[in-house]
Design a protein around this ligand. Sequence first.
Ligand code: NAD
Ligand code: TDX
Length: 334
Amino acid sequence: MKFLITGGAGFIGSNYCHYVVDKYPEDKFVCLDALTYAGNYNNIKSLENKENFKFVHGDITDRDFIDKLFREEQFDVVINFAAESHVDNSIKNPGIFLTTNIIGTQVLMDASLKYNVKRYHQVSTDEVYGDLPLDRPDLLFTEDTPIHTSSPYSSSKAGADLLVGAYYRTFGLPVTISRCSNNYGPYQFPEKLIPVIFSKAMKDEHVPVYGTGENIRDWIHVHDHNVGVDLIVRNGKVGEVYNLGGHSERNNLTVVKTILKQLGKSEDLIEFVEDRKGHDLRYAIDSTKAEKELGWNRTYNFEDGIKETIDWYLNNQDWVEDILNGNYKNAYKD
Ligand code: NAD
Ligand code: TDX
């Protein structure tokens, strides 16, 4: 089978490429990425000589380019990881989120219909369900929780999900959607909480905690997310949504203190800063459906996963530094 993996030079997509290229030598994987500020060719450079892997530089919103690519490659499966993914950016500049996350999804689905793709998978997020109160630990998001978004980012992801559902019902496109909680692991761009804390703490700079630090996220190791996506793509039921979560709810302050402790840094580095506008209070995922139907389960507990992740960042400080000084932009030449 031939797979298109969009956004494959980003955090989750690149981890996905490493996982499947090794696991399925008989399949072919084309990784498409526009290499926006968040895309980093260094994340997948070590795959460039693999026979079942190919990188293509291009934009999912470019209709002519996408049509030509689908005509030439005749993909069996499309997995759409490509997105503008950072909530804070969506608050400063919502427009690009609508273009990439909604129009980009439409362009990919139009080409999938035209060239008879057998499965279109949309990588979505738990943020489409909005947030849960801090004082009701009994409440979890299920696949039936109504869509109720807070930020331009989550609204654009929800818009895309609704469009995916519409292409299934109206045109019969064989779709699936996964909605996952907060990922951590190697290759995460240092704009998200965990790599921000790591890179600032290493320089003994203040680490910014938004508001009171009480907001709760359900953390999942990126590998567990990607195993779930692979199972859904291969065995999931067409037209269905599957939640994937880490069973690891932690408030932000706990996460920050865990990282500082591992790095041997003082908690005095913590600086409480202005809260994010519209800041979601708590995410928590019920993954029973994926567990029962697909036999999926998360394998990392948070304490082991975060330790391994911080060790990865410690062993790959050049990777972080390359991003902070902008050199990563030279990793790919057309
Ligand atoms: P990321 O920002 O690290 O990577 C996104 C990738 O998409 C980058 O490589 C970027 O260059 C590429 N891209 C952006 N616009 C593009 C375009 N127009 N054409 C082609 N490529 C383009 O994001 P991530 O954290 O890896 O997230 C991947 C997906 O998973 C996103 O759809 C996101 O919404 C979803 N998701 C993320 C998380 C998380 O915790 N990070 C959780 C749940 C779901
Ligand atoms: O410097 C920071 N300080 C801080 O307190 C940053 C960057 C974040 N935070 C807080 C905000 C959130 O409560 O930490 C929490 C996590 O923030 P992010 O890493 O920006 O992630 P979040 O907003 O929760 O969204 C993430 O999970 C769902 C991904 O970025 C999304 O792409 C995904 O859909």
